[in-house]
Design a protein around this ligand. Structure first.
Ligand code: NDP
Length: 285
């Protein structure tokens, strides 16, 4: 039986710490504020936005939602994002992506000032992660994975870490963060040969593939720590969701595992607030 590493205690501890930071900033007359940029009203975006607002409220920071119609023109949207970026009362920006197809997302992302890019949408933000610049903000999910490992006192230094997935949102940045903390990191992807064997060599396995229950018993071994980032529709339970790891098969074998739901996903909005507050502190030394 593995120890199940839940996300809620991690998020709760983080929120307590953040409340103190917000109080200290407010004493200086500064209210850390998250700007949420949303085009249209996709249910997934609204769901995440609801969670982000709730967490902002819980830590006593502010948020402002900037909502635009789905048919907004490139020119009008560029102007809108530039205005939000220049707004001195907004310290961190979350922009939902992907944007509607008629918009040039690559160009628009770069209008977010790097110092306000708390979810790593810009190339400048990504460069900071690659260069181990502590003023850069990784995407919230990789930070949440690291915060889970830290909270549960899981050592990273010298450990063999395998990251399953190489996206810009999860796989690559989490690999960089593990490397920063002296893990020995292997990144796997769809062309990796003998994937189960490579994964079995890990002491820490991070699964971010977006394939329901793909990580089976033959991917793991006793003693491993498994962090499951996946959020997929559960093929066996319509209307529910599951991770990239087959929990029922893997949990009896490994030492520690994060559940889905109630694992990494429960920490991401607390990370969003943490990074916005950090951005606010950096903008107000
Ligand atoms: P992407 O689809 O962008 O990337 C998936 C990665 O997995 C790719 O690198 C791909 O390889 C690799 N991959 C896909 N299929 C296989 C396979 N059969 N064998 C080996 N590698 C494979 O997904 P994301 O990184 O955006 O997301 C990953 C998961 O994490 C999803 O379930 C997503 O819902 C979830 N997620 C969860 C968040 C949270 O807050 N908990 C936030 C963001 C994402 P290749 O590059 O070769 O194509």
């Amino acid at each position: 039986m593995a120890e199940v590493l839940k996300g809620k205690p991690v998020a709760d501890a983080m929120k307590e710490e953040l409340k103190n930071k917000v109080a200290a900033l407010k004493e200086r007359g500064i209210t850390p504020t998250l700007g949420i940029i949303r085009v249209g009203a996709r249910p997934d975006d609204l769901f995440y936005e609801g969670g982000a607002k709730k967490t902002c409220d819980a830590v006593n920071m502010a948020y402002q939602v900037f909502e635009y119609p789905e048919d907004i023109s490139q020119e009008a949207f560029e102007q809108a994002v530039t205005e939000v970026g220049n707004n001195p009362g907004i310290h961190g920006i979350l922009m939902f992506a992907p944007l509607p197809k008629h918009l040039n997302e690559k160009k628009i992302r770069e209008l977010i000032p790097v110092e306000k890019d708390v979810d790593c949408l810009t190339l400048g933000g990504a460069a900071k992660i690659f260069a181990d610049d502590p003023t850069g903000f990784p995407p919230c999910t990789p930070t949440a994975c690291m915060d889970m490992l830290h909270f549960y006192d899981i050592p990273i230094k010298g450990k063999r870490c395998v990251v399953l997935g190489r996206s810009l949102v999860v796989g690559k940045p989490v690999a960089m963060l593990l490397l920063r903390e002296h893990g020995t990191v292997t990144i796997c992807h769809s062309r990796t040969v003998d994937l189960p064997k490579v994964c079995q060599e890990a002491e820490i396995l991070i699964a971010a593939v977006g394939r329901a229950k793909m990580v089976k018993a033959d991917f793991v071994k006793p003693g491993q720590i498994v962090i499951d980032v996946g959020i997929n529709e559960d093929p066996d339970n319509p209307g529910k969701y599951c991770g990239d790891v087959d929990f029922a098969e893997v949990e009896p074998i490994v030492a520690k595992i994060t559940p889905v739901p109630a694992g990494v996903g429960s920490v991401t909005t607390a990370v969003l607030c943490k990074q916005t507050i950090m951005a606010c502190e950096l903008q107000n030394p």
